[in-house]
Design a protein around this ligand. Structure first.
Ligand SMILES: *Cc1c(COP(=O)(O)O)cnc(C)c1O
Length: 394
């Protein structure tokens, strides 16, 4: 049991991790686990990657923080690098994913206000996850996250994920829509992968209606999907894209990138953050982007993801409890026909860390640095556990 000095919002936690190295973490009894969740898609380079550690030590010995009252060279370098790699025009740095999404929501509202809209609307999806601040939990498509926190901010319209026709119907009924906010692959919602032309069709719809296409790539970016940003699979450019998780490999950092008219909406004083874009976090971000490139880890994520999907599909082909096995790069989900939260504990006893989301989806988000052997081990252990579980619970 954790100390009662902590608020109890995380429930009972039964594992204490004290050390990490590469694709492994160790608990307080010295037991080693293969990490197939990477701190929820954060440690894409594995734990304590030397490139990140060295950058952090160097920066800690130089300058940790000055505030955004001053120029910050590492912030400018990271912005230049992100803009170059993404095709976007500019960046606002935050400390978390939810804050990056808050910036995106404020951009859409700002556009609506400029257009004279009293309550500008953002189209959001069922099954979406966008964070835990009041605006982002309202955008989130999971009633459990919203329960007990009324009043929620207005200005969101919800449609099913991967359903373009539903948005077309909304467009016909509302003249105050300013943006669509969507994950290229829903992470928390169960690794839901839309039709291959979904983002292209949303891009078209946004162009026709003069809406912003805003992508939440907090979980999918930083190489995990097999491209640096998942929208690069579709060959489109969004108006706004947010990222966080994998960008700092464990150091808190978020980013909201904008292009075209969206890039001109914030003016001096319209948004800010004390810590956002501080020297330490930006050095981590620079080290992550450099390492992804030097080590060809984005290409590696695509290969590993295909391998993991293939092996799971082969090994679970005859398991009737498996409804679907899906993914994009190293975002992989196995949907069962029943709730399966117990699998998390069962995997631990096989020295493997996994996650279950949406109640019945085993979610695998391993580091991009996985070896072929570690990839196979994950497929073997997960397949065996699911088969046993299906039998015992039948
Ligand atoms: C994790 C996540 C968030 C929230 O990020 P925080 O850093 O926890 O605020 C938002 N959107 C998506 C898609 C996420 O996966």
């Amino acid at each position: 049991m954790a100390t009662p000095a902590l608020m109890q919002n995380y429930g009972d936690r039964t594992l204490t991790l004290v050390r990490g190295q590469g694709n492994y973490v160790w608990d307080d009894t010295g037991r080693r686990y293969l990490d197939a969740i990477s701190g929820i898609a954060v440690c894409g380079l594995g734990h304590c990657h030397p490139a990140v550690t060295e950058a952090l030590v160097d920066q800690a010995n130089t300058l940790l923080h000055v505030s955004n009252l001053y120029n910050i060279p590492a912030q400018e370098q990271l912005a230049d690098r992100l803009v170059f790699l993404s095709g976007m025009d500019n960046v606002f740095f935050s400390n978390s994913g939810a804050e990056a999404n808050e910036a995106a929501i404020k951009l859409a509202r700002r556009l609506g206000n400029e257009r004279g809209c009293a309550v500008p609307k953002i189209v959001v999806m069922e099954g979406a996850f966008h964070g835990r601040t009041l605006a982002t939990l309202t955008a989130t498509g999971n009633p459990k996250v919203q329960q007990g926190f009324a009043p929620l901010p207005e200005g969101f319209l919800r449609v099913p994920f991967d359903d373009v026709a539903a948005i077309e119907q909304l467009a016909a009924a509302h003249d105050d829509i300013v943006a669509i906010l969507v994950e290229p692959v829903q992470g928390e919602g169960g690794i839901n992968v839309p039709a291959p032309d979904y983002l292209n069709r949303l891009r078209q719809l946004c162009d026709q209606n003069d809406w912003l296409l805003m992508l939440d790539e907090i979980q999918t970016a930083n190489g995990r999907s097999g491209k640096l940003f998942a929208y690069q699979h579709a060959g489109i450019l969004p108006d706004v894209v947010t990222t966080a998780k994998g960008l700092g490999n464990g150091v808190p950092i978020g980013a909201c990138l904008a292009s075209g008219k969206a890039a001109q909406l914030f003016t001096a004083g319209s948004h800010g953050s004390t810590f956002g874009g501080n020297p330490l976090a930006c050095r981590a971000g620079l080290a992550v982007l450099e390492t992804l490139e030097n080590q060809w880890l984005v290409e590696r994520a695509e290969k590993l993801g295909d391998r993991l999907l293939q092996q799971l599909r082969l090994q679970l082909a005859d398991c009737a409890a498996v409804r679907d096995i899906r993914g994009l790069g190293l975002l992989v989900g196995v949907e069962l026909d029943r709730p399966c939260a117990e699998l998390v504990e069962l995997a631990r006893s096989e020295s493997l860390l996994i996650n279950v989301t949406a109640g019945n989806v085993v979610r695998l988000l391993p580091p991009l640095t996985l070896t072929d052997e570690e990839c196979s081990r994950i497929a073997d252990v997960v397949s065996a556990l699911i088969e046993q579980f299906a039998l015992s619970a039948a």
